[in-house]
Ligand binder design. Structure first.
Ligand code: GLU
Length: 426
């Protein structure tokens, strides 16, 4: 029997602690500005429920390996909690907690009848076989089955999880429930009750935010120079949508490095060559580092990979006119301030990356109704929701004279605080 090592290298734990702390700082500011008392912050600064589970899986070599998993439910005043499950070696409690709070904010910003949830398993799916991943996915659902369900908490894909993993999880939950229950999880394959447009939804949401931000700054997307950090689900589809809109994608990157061409990269070729974890730069020799790429000249920069990429170290050297956060937490609070002082328009993660959960909501509604929509219906509804939410946040930032992150938190937290007050919780 072997045990996995939960990630606790001091750098990673500190980063995740900082992530949680900075989220709490902005939640506090947002509640203060909305006039809510200290009790509201006390309730909302941590998840109301947090479960840690141990998941035994028989590996291909015959040994049992025990994995650690988490599920955080931030707040269910508005409705059931909702959010993805990530499979990653760096997953830890602080990160999952912060991410569950962000899911509450996203649901508030796009006005969904949900609170936020998030899950994670400490593992490296890049080193696991299909069979081992199936065992882990099913084991996780058995371990958390008491606290999840279509009216309690609805999981979805996140970093390194996909529709196949959602299918195994849905099947396991349905076996426990003794009937087919597609509404337990979203991001499923179409044949199992998935929704059209769910796979591209996060990138579509980011694209709509890029378009609206470009209009505000008088930038024509046709010919605009765009840099995209990350070439996974969000970054990959986004580079395609930007390319299709006539923008020049001058740089892209993955965990190994970055590719740069001032005349624009051949996106279709790169998408064709990348592996299932979004890696492509290892096929090339003339690469630059991710840090170098962030500071290149461009009109629009989209960090679509991991947290803490734009910090007080490099914020003064960012040359973009607009930064749209497709990843969760790519810009620190210090850097947010610097970018605002430099009049760079920052569209925050909780708004820009809300397309995924929006179409997940559409999927859940379709599952509940047993009536399925066309691709066009989904796209039309998504467009309306994101455009409205973008302007709601932007207008709040203008009337209150605050940055778009604080404005997004104010919009995101308001409904939850109000619901908690009506219920008599605060
Ligand atoms: N994991 C995605 C997110 O962070 C999607 C969540 C969902 O679809 O429920 O927004």
């Amino acid at each position: 029997m072997v045990a996995d090592k939960p990630a606790d290298s001091s750098k990673e734990s500190k980063e995740h602690l900082d992530m949680l702390k900075s989220t709490q700082t902005v939640i506090k500011k947002a509640l203060d500005k909305l006039g809510y008392p200290e009790e509201a912050y006390e309730l909302l600064r941590e998840p109301v429920r947090f479960m840690t589970v141990r998941i035994p899986v028989r590996m291909d070599d015959g040994q049992i390996k025990v994995f650690t998993g988490y599920r955080a439910q931030h707040n269910d005043a508005v409705g059931p909690t909702k959010g993805g499950v990530r499979f990653h070696p760096d997953v830890n409690e602080k990160e999952v907690s912060a991410l569950s709070i962000w899911m509450s904010l996203k649901a508030g910003i796009v006005d969904l009848p949900y609170g936020g949830g998030k899950g994670g398993i400490v593992c490296d799916p890049r080193e696991m076989s299909f069979r081992e991943l199936e065992g882990l996915s099913r084991g996780y659902v058995r371990a958390i089955s008491q606290i999840v369900g279509p009216t309690k908490d609805i999981p979805a894909p996140d970093v390194f999880t996909n529709s196949q993993i959602m299918a195994w999880m849905m099947d396991e939950y349905s076996r426990i429930d003794e009937f087919n229950n597609p509404g337990f999880i979203t991001g499923k394959p179409l044949v199992l009750g998935g929704s059209h447009g769910r796979d591209t939804a996060t990138a579509k949401g980011v694209t709509i935010c890029v378009e609206e931000a470009a209009k505000l700054r008088g930038i024509d997307l046709n010919g605009a120079r765009v840099i995209i950090q990350g070439f996974g689900n969000a970054g990959g589809f986004l580079s395609k949508f930007m390319n299709d809109a006539g923008a020049k994608v001058v740089a892209i990157s993955d965990a190994q490095g970055a590719l740069y061409d001032p005349d624009g990269l051949d996106i279709d070729y790169l998408l064709d060559r990348r592996d299932s974890f979004g890696t492509v730069t290892n096929l090339f020799e003339n690469t630059i580092s991710n840090d170098e790429m962030l500071e290149l000249d461009c009109d629009i920069l989209v960090p679509a990979a991991i947290a803490n990429q734009i910090t007080e170290e490099n914020a003064n050297r960012i040359k973009a006119n607009i930064v749209v956060e497709a990843a969760n937490g790519p810009t620190t609070l210090e850097a947010t301030k610097i970018l605002a002082e430099r009049d760079i328009l920052l569209v925050p993660d909780v708004l820009a990356s809300s397309g995924g959960v929006t179409v997940s909501y559409f999927e859940w509604v379709q599952n509940n109704q047993g009536y399925y929509w066309t691709e066009e219906e989904v796209q039309e509804k998504l467009q309306k929701v994101i455009v409205k939410s973008f302007h709601n946040v932007y207008d709040t930032s203008q009337t209150r004279n605050i940055d778009m992150r604080l404005a997004a938190y104010m919009v995101g937290v308001r409904k939850m605080a109000e619901a908690a007050r009506f219920r008599g919780w605060i």
